[in-house]
Ligand binder design. Structure first.
Ligand code: ATP
Ligand code: MG
Length: 398
């Protein structure tokens, strides 16, 4: 395994740096994933070159995190983050280093990284530079801090969330001292920004072991005190691996366990996008009032609340005793049903041409839609015209 395994873009970045005389290595997640035989993500590069030099060497580079020595180079194979070797002094606030010093070497740079499996670099000839036993931990399938876990979590409390996230993504366990330190240091999580936490929670929810999101609550990393998460009661794994469904499923688990009482408040607090919050809020109402049991009910729900709210509601149902809900909803959606006046085979213009005027048009559309929600096969021009005709006849007879 050498640099030849690298996609062309990152490979070229390393070539430019080394040809200019600077030490440079692929590092962190890419090396870890390559060793695991896992599909590697974006390539991170660490180098002895200072950020100003990196910016000069790469005219298209963007200074994305100059304070931390990070410059991003866009390539045809994805963005390459190039970070100058650095060491950090104290972490008075438990989130950011007090000072970042760029006079470090590779080993010091690896020492500031969170876990041993993320603290390896790859030399050009294929040598894995692994001063903290990352490869052994990969073999033993465990997440272990570089250095003393209590201190490392004290420096940056987000690492506790990352420990859970990597366990979920990789199917690893926590090394004993690392796990004990998370339990001890969990209250430090309160000082983290919701945005940083959300990223890790979402990656956990979208991982092959989304149920590990429960660990955030059991360990007391979220929602204050450690909370009981009824083991095996909820299966987030059966939900589609999409943000909306997984967040909605998590909310249902938390509501059922009494850990939260309002899903929209919880999600807004996590700084989730408004669209997801809105869908989950409406989805919660639908879930609480009872999910539809048949296709017509889902079409009515779609007409009332929209597809996203229905998907959220179905996901909530799926983890709380109605496992078939998402599939039933998707089946209805696959038929592309008419759930709004715009989908009717007779348009407002058609109705106007037939002599309906002003508010009559809207009223007629609502009646037709009401019919089509129950009888989707009647949404053809002919049948809707026939329906209007029979309405007229009824009116005349009355
Ligand atoms: P992913 O596959 O999610 O990108 P990754 O390991 O590349 O995983 P990143 O968040 O992209 O994770 O971070 C890149 C590298 O930077 C990590 O592998 C790790 O070495 C280091 N790192 C990231 N966040 C921290 C942190 N909070 N504390 C210490 N080191 C960190
Ligand atoms: Mg990465």
């Amino acid at each position: 395994m050498t640099w030849k395994e690298l996609p062309a873009g990152p490979g070229r970045c390393l070539e430019i740096l080394t040809e200019a005389g600077w030490a440079a290595y692929p590092v962190g997640g890419w090396v870890r994933d390559l060793l695991l035989g896992r599909e590697p993500g974006d390539v991170d590069v660490c180098t002895a070159a200072r950020p100003e030099t990196v910016l000069e060497l790469f005219p298209s580079a963007v200074p994305t995190g100059l304070k931390h020595g990070t410059v991003t180079v866009p390539t045809a194979d994805g963005a390459v983050e190039i970070t100058t070797f650095r060491r950090e002094t104290g972490y008075a606030d438990g989130r950011h280093p007090d000072a970042v010093i760029f006079d470090a070497g590779l080993t010091e740079d690896l020492a500031r990284r969170d876990f041993t499996i993320n603290a390896m670099a790859l030399a050009e000839d294929g040598t894995v530079i692994d001063p903290f036993g990352g490869r052994e931990d990969l073999e033993r399938r465990r997440i272990r801090c570089v250095g003393e876990p209590g201190r490392r979590f004290g420096e940056d409390a987000l690492r506790m969330f990352r420990a859970v996230r990597f366990a979920a993504q990789l199917g690893f366990d926590w090394e004993e001292n690392t796990a004990a330190a998370i339990r001890r240091q969990a209250p430090l999580a309160a000082r983290l920004s919701a945005e940083r936490v959300r990223v890790e929670v979402e990656k956990t929810l979208l991982s092959p072991r989304p149920g590990l999101a429960g660990a955030f609550f059991e360990l007391g990393l979220m929602a204050g005190l450690p909370a009981q998460w009824p083991e095996g009661a909820f299966s987030l794994t059966r939900l589609p691996a999409q943000g909306l469904e997984r967040w909605a499923g998590l909310c249902a688990c938390l509501l059922e366990s009494g850990i939260i009482s309002d899903c929209a408040a919880f999600l807004s607090g996590m700084k989730l996008d408004r669209r997801t919050v809105r869908a989950c809020r409406a989805g919660e109402v639908l879930w609480r009032t009872g999910l539809p049991g048949e296709a017509g009910g889902w079409r009515r729900a779609l007409s009332r609340c929209g597809a996203e709210a229905c998907r959220a509601a179905a996901a909530m149902g799926a983890v709380t005793g109605v496992p078939a809900a998402p599939a039933a909803l998707e089946k209805v959606l696959a038929g592309d049903p008419c759930v709004a006046p715009a989908g009717l085979a007779l348009s407002g213009g058609d109705l106007a041409a037939l002599g309906y005027s002003g508010p009559e048009v809207g009223r007629a559309q609502r009646r037709l839609l009401d019919h089509v929600l129950d009888m989707p096969e009647d949404n053809t021009r002919e049948r809707l015209l026939a329906l209007l005709k029979s309405e007229e006849n009824c009116d005349r007879d009355r």
